[in-house]
Design a protein around this ligand. Structure first.
Ligand code: HEM
Length: 383
C-alpha cells in the first residue's frame, strides 16, 4: 500500500488552496471590496492595454473557414456566451479557442472573420471590456463555463465575462432568453422558432431589415408583458437595435449581390446562432459592415428606453443613460456609459487600474462614429 507522507498532504493542500484563490486573469475587477481588490492585485500580472488595430488592408470578401481557421468543437474548459458572432470566431480560431482574449484580438478577429467595420468593432469591444473585462490584465472572456453569474465566493471576481447580465448582455435578445427566466446566453429553440416564424410572415422565409424591425419590437413588447424586471435602458437601447442588423449585414455571404444580398436564409441563420460556425464556403461581407439598416428598423416602431418596475406591464421611461432615438443617439449612449455606468463600477480607482481605465475610455471614445461629434468625458481624470 502506498504511504502518503505529511509532506505530500501539505503540498496537495497548498496547491488546492492556491488554485481556489488565484484571482482569474479575465475576472472583472468591478465593484470589488478594498480587501478583494488588494488580493486581486497581488496575484494579477498588469499589462498596458494593447493599441487598437486599424482597418483591414484588404477589406473585400474572403473565405471564412480557410486552412488556418477550421471549425473545432468546444473543449471542456472553453468559454462561450451570448454572442453568436464571437462564439463563431472562437470556434474557428480567429479568437483563442478557449474564449479569453484581449480587446485588440477581438477587434482584429471581428474584422478578419466577418469584415466588421473598424470603428464599430472598437466601440463595441471597448464598451464590453470596460463593462465585463479585466482592465488590469487586458483580458476579456466571451462567456463562462458555469451558469453561475454572481461573484466568485473565494475572490469576489465576476467571472461570467459577456454572460454577466445587465452590463452589456441584456433583455429582449432574439435567440437568447431574458436573465429573469434563467439562462441568458444559450441558444433558445423556442425563440429561434419565433425568429423563423417572423421570417416567414414578414420576409417570405428570409430574415431581412423588415423582419428585424417587427421582431425587435415584438421582443420588447414580450419583455414588458412577461418579465417583471424587464430592462431596456442606456447601452442596451443601442445594442438591441444594432444586434438585429448584424445577421443581415454580416451573416450573409459577401459574394451575393442585389436583393439577395440582404436576405438571410434560415439554414445559414441556424448555423450561426445555434452551431456557432461558419457555413461551408461562407465568404465574409463584401465591404466593412456595421449597423446599416438601424435607422430604418428603429423608425418602423420607435421605442423609448425604460424598464418594468418589478411587475409586468409597468414599463416606465428612463432616458437618463441615453436614448438611441434622440437627436444624437449614439452620443447620448456614450455619455451615459462614460458619465454614469462605468464610474459606478469603479468608484475610486487608483494606480494601474486608473491608468488602464483612462486608456480604455480613450479607446472607447476613439471608436465613436466620426459624425457623432461627441464631447469627450473624463470620469477618472487624464494622465
Ligand atoms: C466586436 C465585438 C463584439 C462584442 C463585444 C459582442 C458582444 C455581444 C454581446 C454581449 C451580445 C449579447 C447581447 C444580448 O443580446 O443580450 C451580443 C449579441 C449579438 N452579437 Fe455580438 N459582439 C461582438 C461582435 C459581433 C459580431 C462580429 C457579430 C456578427 C457578425 C455579432 C453578432 C451578434 C448578434 C446577432 C447578437 C444577438 C443575439 C441575439 O439577440 O440572440 N457580434 N454580442
Amino acid at each position: 500500500m502506498a504511504v502518503i507522507s505529511l509532506k505530500h498532504v501539505l503540498v496537495a493542500v497548498a496547491l488546492v488552496s492556491s488554485a481556489a484563490q488565484a484571482f482569474p486573469a479575465y475576472g472583472s475587477l468591478a465593484g470589488l471590496s478594498e480587501r478583494d481588490f488588494k488580493f486581486a492585485m497581488s496575484t494579477l500580472k498588469p499589462r498596458m492595454p494593447a493599441p487598437a488595430p486599424g482597418p483591414l488592408r484588404f477589406d473585400g470578401p474572403k473565405l471564412a473557414e480557410d486552412k488556418e481557421h477550421p471549425f473545432k468543437p468546444m473543449k471542456m474548459d472553453d468559454l462561450r456566451g451570448p454572442c453568436p458572432g464571437l462564439n463563431t470566431l472562437a470556434a474557428h480560431g480567429y479568437l483563442p479557442r478557449n474564449g479569453v482574449a484581449t480587446p485588440a484580438q477581438i477587434i482584429q478577429a471581428s474584422m478578419d472573420g466577418f469584415n466588421m467595420e473598424n470603428n464599430l468593432a472598437r466601440f463595441t469591444t471597448y464598451a464590453a471590456h470596460l463593462l465585463d473585462g479585466n482592465v488590469v490584465t487586458d483580458l476579456l472572456s466571451i462567456g463562462a463555463k458555469t451558469p453561475k453569474t454572481g461573484p466568485d465566493p473565494d475572490t469576489g471576481a465576476l467571472v461570467a465575462g459577456l454572460r454577466n447580465h445587465g452590463t452589456f448582455e441584456g433583455d429582449a435578445s432574439v435567440t437568447r432568453a431574458d436573465a429573469f427566466f434563467g439562462d441568458n446566453f444559450s441558444f433558445n429553440e423556442t425563440l429561434f422558432d419565433q425568429f423563423v416564424d417572423f421570417s416567414e410572415r414578414f420576409g417570405n422565409g428570409f430574415y431581412n431589415y423588415t423582419v428585424a424591425a417587427e421582431l425587435r419590437f415584438h421582443r420588447v413588447q414580450q419583455g414588458i408583458a412577461e418579465n417583471p424586471h424587464f430592462s431596456f435602458v442606456g447601452f442596451r437601447h443601442l445594442t438591441a437595435y444594432a444586434e438585429v442588423t448584424f445577421p443581415v449585414n454580416m451573416f450573409i455571404d459577401g459574394r451575393r449581390t442585389g436583393f439577395e444580398r440582404l436576405q438571410l436564409d434560415m439554414q445559414t441563420a441556424e448555423t450561426f446562432f445555434k452551431d456557432n460556425r461558419f457555413p461551408r464556403g461562407f465568404h465574409r461581407s463584401e465591404k466593412p459592415s456595421g449597423t446599416e439598416g438601424l435607422v430604418e428598423i428603429f423608425s418602423a416602431h420607435p421605442t423609448q428606453p425604460g424598464r418594468n418596475a418589478g411587475a409586468v406591464d409597468t414599463f416606465t421611461v428612463d432616458d437618463s443613460l441615453g436614448d438611441v432615438g434622440s437627436a444624437n443617439g449614439f452620443c447620448s449612449i456614450y455619455t451615459g456609459l462614460a458619465n454614469v455606468t462605468i464610474p459606478s463600477l469603479y468608484p475610486n480607482p487608483t494606480g494601474v487600474l486608473r491608468r488602464n481605465l483612462i486608456t480604455n475610455l480613450q479607446f472607447l471614445f476613439d471608436g465613436l462614429p466620426k459624425q457623432s461629434n461627441c464631447t469627450q468625458i473624463f470620469p477618472f481624470g487624464s494622465m
